[in-house]
Design a protein. Sequence first.
Length: 695
Amino acid sequence: MDTIPIAAAPAPHQVRGACPHDCPDTCSLITTVEDGRAVRVQGNPEHPPTAGVLCTKVSRYTERTYHPDRLLTPLRRTGPKGSGQFESVGWDEALHDIAARLSAIAARNAEAILPYSYAGTMGLVQGEGMAARFFHRLGASLLDRTICASAGAEGLMYTLGGKVGMRVEHFAESDLILIWGSNPITSSVHFWRLAQQARRRGARLVCIDPRRSETADKCDEHIALLPGTDAALALALMHELVTNDWLDHDYIERHTLGWAQLRERALQWTPDRAAAVCGIEAAQIRALARAWGTTPRAAIRLNYGMQRVRGGGNAVRAIACLPALTGAWRHRAGGLLLSSSGQYPTDRAALQRPDLLAGRRPRTINMSTIGDALLAPASPDFGPRIEAVVVYNSNPLAVAPESGKVVEGFARDDLFTVVIEHFQTDTADFADYVLPATTQLEHWDIHTTYGHTDVLLNRPAIAPMGQARSNSAVFRALAARMGFTDACFADDDLAMCRQAFGDRVSFDRLMADGFAAQTLPEAPFAHGNFPTPSGRCEFFSERLARQGLDGLPDHLPNHEPWGSSAEHPLAMISPPARNFMNSTFVNVASLRAADDRPRLEIHPDDAAARGIGDGALVRVFNSRGEHRCHAEVTTRARRGVVHGLGIWWRKLGADGTNVNQLTSQRLTDLGRAPVFYDCLVDVQPAAATAQALPA
């Protein structure tokens, strides 16, 4: 357990921590504690990226920590899978049984055991720290953690060399900002503050998003392209840069690779051609290209929404080429940022200990196709059937695509499932054991970010509630019961926080301030030096070509292109509801009051054509399934596109489903990622098909 005990203090005091959630801002927190109870969580005013401000969600963190439904004892299933029927058991009994079951499976084939986790916490210790050590030592199947960002990450890697970009604070000095596939008013409030600073200086803000989001409302222009057409738009912008000679020829010559090939491709993408593909006006493309090509300090804040389609990796590649064409990288307020997470000197080998595999090479299971994986029989190609799943930091029944198959897989009577959780989620309902986890206020952790470049330390502010244990403590205890005597399983959480960066980040500074800034270049690629094999921005990637793939970025039509199906004529995207973060905050009463029920945004013309009124219960359906929710008739949706706002727990939906009943397990061009926004549906009034709905 942790080396520093937590003692209740009679006098109010404040504890520095870090927000654990999947957000680029990774705020520094100040928790006020009175008589051992956290009474307030606020942003740290001394941390420049946070500046004392929190989003609505995390400002309610005490409500989540002290929620009346919080799991505080281990539970063992007593009813059928999915019934949510459990009894309380002691930790010793639960751990003994879990260890025995896993040991028996591992004795046959450890690859029949699968960890399933993602970003329920972004912490390096409570995320994939002790857990990775445990599963590496066990020899379990590896998990390909693709569900959010891997298509964009690979797109960046093959173009810029990694998850790198401009420093976020310099957007405040930009003269043009393209907010592309992002809704920072709801998902990155600190970036939005910087964008507003730039705007007060005279900058122009352009939002590129199929949905007229809250951010689009506040920008100077909204370009409402069809889902999955971002690469076509980027290539048309390149066309205009070429034909009008809005190019920095010196930068292209010195610091890029493959310009001749990219130029030839770009010239094929006239604004008229791209406008037809994107469903926008050619004049918008020409005007945007002029603005980009004639504004030296122009910047793109790219986010992950636009890469959740078949061609998502190529789209990121195409967009990432734009700053190099105009030499925007010469300026610290020019360039692009999708993720800064590649700029950390993290020692993941020390934390996760892949050496514990001892030469074994377990198979890898893609988390985005977990439905198919759980239903797959043993075979020479697949390997052993999955017999056990240990879920932590995730809720796959709610968040994974084609969730009808995910439910079917977790409902298998012969599947042993352990879930480490704060609440009885959809996935927990199907578990054999549910183990109560600590929240961020109750454990040590250390954090990188993907929106700024500081390292943050999280101190526990209160003692663990009830019998809750940290993820690391659970895996440490399981390792002991399974006879793993390797010295690394004795490392406590504070020791692991120190191991995360070694001497590359001052731990004394982290202990004193709660955060530590890195020393990084002001304009990282002003003189090239990209972390690619060539040291250049690679318009053409030899690495992709060697894989038999197109070395140039291109527009790849969706798996399910808009207009390709008379039966399912509407494209559906599923952005998060404003007050939710994935499925994490759905059960917080004050937040759910603002998003009181699952909703589908639909354009008035599409609604009228189907006889759907505002607030009506509707049936959204395709060949994979159906989902009932309430319509919100609104011009936030463009014609032909609907928005299933998520991610609701399935059991809170009208028929025990959510929007992922409709999404597919197909994958992106790069990164093996899911295509949540590459999905065709139709919508009908629910009353018209009531006989076909489940009871």
